[in-house]
Write a protein of this length. Structure first.
Length: 126
C-alpha cells in the first residue's frame, strides 16, 4: 500500500461509520427472528436509515415508505418466518430473514446474499 491509498481507505472507513453509526455494530450479536418475534419487534414501527428513507409497517399489512421526499405504498406479510414486502417496482414480494440486535435490524434474502442494515424505531406520524 502506498501513501496515496491511505487517505482513501481512511475516508471510506469514516464514511461507512457515519452511514452505519459506528464500526462497533459488527461485534453485536444479531438473533434470527421468527414470525411472532417479527410481529412483536417490527410491525407497527418504522424501519429507517435515520436520514434518507423510512418504511412503516402498518399492522393491517400496508407498507408506507418515503425515500428522499418520494412517497409510495406497498404491502407486507410474514411468510415462512421471512418478512415479505412489495413496492410499485416489484412484480413479486421481496422476502428477507430478519435479524435483530437491540434496535438494529439486519435483513437478507438468503445466506449467500449481502445483508441490508437499518434501525427499528417507534413510528413517527407524518
Amino acid at each position: 500500500m502506498n501513501c496515496q491509498t491511505l487517505p482513501v481507505l481512511t475516508l471510506t472507513t469514516l464514511f461507512s461509520a457515519a452511514i452505519f453509526g459506528s464500526i462497533a455494530p459488527a461485534q453485536e450479536m444479531f438473533k434470527l427472528l421468527g414470525e411472532k418475534e417479527i410481529r412483536a419487534r417490527v410491525v407497527g414501527k418504522d424501519i429507517t436509515d435515520s436520514s434518507h428513507w423510512v418504511s412503516y409497517l402498518r399492522p393491517d399489512g400496508a407498507l408506507l415508505s418515503s425515500e428522499m421526499g418520494r412517497k409510495w405504498t406497498g404491502s407486507w406479510k410474514i411468510q415462512n418466518n421471512k418478512l415479505c414486502m412489495t413496492n410499485p417496482n416489484l412484480e413479486s414480494p421481496d422476502c428477507n430473514e430478519v435479524w435483530m440486535s437491540g434496535a438494529n435490524v439486519r435483513m437478507r434474502a438468503n445466506k449467500d446474499q449481502e445483508t441490508f442494515d437499518a434501525v427499528v424505531e417507534k413510528h413517527k406520524a407524518n
